[in-house]
Design a protein around this ligand. Structure first.
Ligand code: AHR
Length: 502
């Protein structure tokens, strides 16, 4: 296949927001316990956090981290997770059929965030709880001193307020699996009321109202409309969640997952703007894409769910998907989709970070390693700078069973006016042929190649595992030629590539 990409710094989608490179740590499986936290591990610091994991999270380049769930948050009592550890209760986590020991809570997590250099994004429980408890958590977190809850925080060891700016008003409240699942009307009212109350306490907050759990939900579209009819004036973002997996061996459709993500985002923007028009509002609601990834959800539903009235394990192995080369290529194109919508998707969280559908894996008492998906995230987070250029791409196309006829090449570029640096991210969806892409950079002035790296493999099912931790990685792409205002590159079949130009 062949494709042509034209870059022009005069035409931009919007700024690259660092918040696009957020992630998510949920009390789920071995994400926290035996993931970021393992006191007995050789690399554990004085607080019990694995320093090898801290280093990998830093290398990944993660901005805000959403916490503590996910489905978990809809049954979570935040007070359980603060105060002397020996007095913290053990609770049933109904979402994941596990026992939550509360050994790691708000204070420990916020201390870990300082070590990894990321910002806290908190979710409140609007499943089994409501406005009053959200206000209490906000007071505990953001009031400096002088009230019962802020003084309690200080007594518990945090002299400075946590100063949390981004808050999620519950999680996936449209999902029948969610504790406290509600109709769009009921949730919209509760979210609006909670948002107003929270802003009365702290007007600087940025608030995310729950959109649909996926574009496949039966209420998708009408859920967003109804919720925003109630909460439009009180929130800043509506959330999107999307997970993709290869189904029935249809790799062609799977590789086109970002086409679906593009359509999903466009539909949510259209719905939010419809509510804006009806209200005659001059405020624009943006998207917090606060759960996205490849996730073999069908496998989890069929094989991994924990059941039994006497079976509530602590930190069980759950959702530990091992990602293949093909998964990482799809993952890279999901990042391309987020960047293409940088004007309206201004925050995003990769779900999740460690062990649970994660780019970073750990073995208790053993090593940690990078999954295949680690590489597109780390490189995109590092190289995407300045503004996203309006994508002008002509590409050959192919037919898919799920999404119709789609481009074989997916691409986006960013340009930083100050440093003059340009980065191009490309995916070849062809399963059998290399692609030649010509990038017209004449409008950028002189362009010099800084680096070009590709993720691909003859075996697209190859993964990194405990026994073979570096099986898949990035390789220099030495096919790049820069000449006469054009860059040409050859992309192997089923591959993801990043090119840095200066
Ligand atoms: O990320 C795993 C789960 O996916 C989250 O807990 C939930 O919000 C979503 O359904």
């Amino acid at each position: 296949p062949k494709a042509r990409l034209t870059l022009d710094p005069h035409f931009t989608v919007g700024p690259v927001n660092r918040r696009l490179f957020g992630s998510f740590v949920e009390h789920l499986g071995r994400s926290v316990y035996d993931g970021i936290y393992e006191p007995g591990h050789a690399s554990a610091d004085a607080e019990g956090f694995r320093q090898d994991v801290i280093e990998l999270v830093r290398e990944l380049g993660v901005s805000a981290i959403r916490y503590p769930g996910g489905n978990f948050v809809s049954g979570f009592r935040w007070e359980d997770s603060v105060g002397p550890r020996s007095e913290r209760p053990r609770r049933l986590d109904l979402a994941w059929h596990s026992t939550e020991t509360n050994e790691v809570g708000l204070h420990e997590f916020s201390s870990w965030l300082e070590k990894v250099g990321s910002e806290l994004m908190l979710a409140v429980n609007l499943g089994t709880r409501g406005t009053a408890e959200a206000l209490e958590l906000l007071e505990y977190s953001n009031i400096s001193s002088g009230t019962t809850l802020s003084e309690q925080r200080i007594a518990n060891g945090a002299t400075d307020a946590f100063g949390v700016r981004m808050w999620c008003l519950g999680n996936e409240m449209d999902g029948p699996w969610q504790l406290g699942h509600r109709s769009a009307d009921d949730y919209g009212k509760l979210a609006a009321q909670t948002a107003r109350a929270m802003r009365q306490l702290d007007p600087e907050l940025e608030l995310v109202v729950c959109g649909s759990s996926s574009a496949q939900m039966p209420t998708f579209g009408s859920w967003e409309r109804t919720v925003l009819e109630h909460a439009y004036d009180d929130v800043d973002y509506i959330s999107c969640h999307a997970y993709y997996e290869e189904k029935g061996g249809d790799l062609g459709s799977f590789l086109a997952s970002s086409v679906d993500m593009d359509r999903f985002i466009d539909a949510v923007i259209a719905t939010a703007d419809h509510v804006k028009a009806v209200r005659g509002s001059d405020k624009t609601i943006n998207i917090s894409f606060d759960e996205w990834n490849v996730w073999y959800l069908e496998r989890y539903k069929a094989d991994d769910k924990i059941t039994g009235i006497d079976n509530w394990p602590i930190a069980p192995r759950l959702l530990e998907d091992a990602y293949s080369v093909a998964d990482a290529v799809v993952f890279g194109s999901l990042l391309i989709s987020l960047l293409k919508h940088a004007d309206r998707v201004t925050s995003a969280s990769l779900a999740q970070l460690v062990n649970v559908i994660a780019p970073i894996m750990t073995e208790p008492g053993g090593p940690s390693w990078r999954q295949t998906t680690f590489f597109p995230f780390a490189v995109t987070s590092r190289l995407a700078r300045g503004s996203v250029l309006t994508p002008r791409l002509e590409s050959e196309r192919y037919d898919t069973a799920q999404y119709g006829t789609v481009p074989l090449i997916d691409a986006v570029a960013t340009h930083d006016e100050e440093s003059g640096e340009t980065s191009v991210f490309l995916v070849n969806r062809s399963q059998d042929a290399p692609a030649t892409v010509t990038i017209d950079v004449s409008a950028l002035g002189a362009a010099l190649l800084v680096s070009a790296q590709t993720l691909s493999d003859d075996d697209v099912t190859a993964t990194n595992t405990l026994d073979d931790r570096e099986r898949v990685g990035l390789a220099d792409n030495d096919t790049v030629v820069v000449a006469g205002g054009e860059v040409t590159v050859t992309l192997p079949p089923v591959s993801w590539t990043a090119i840095a130009l200066a």
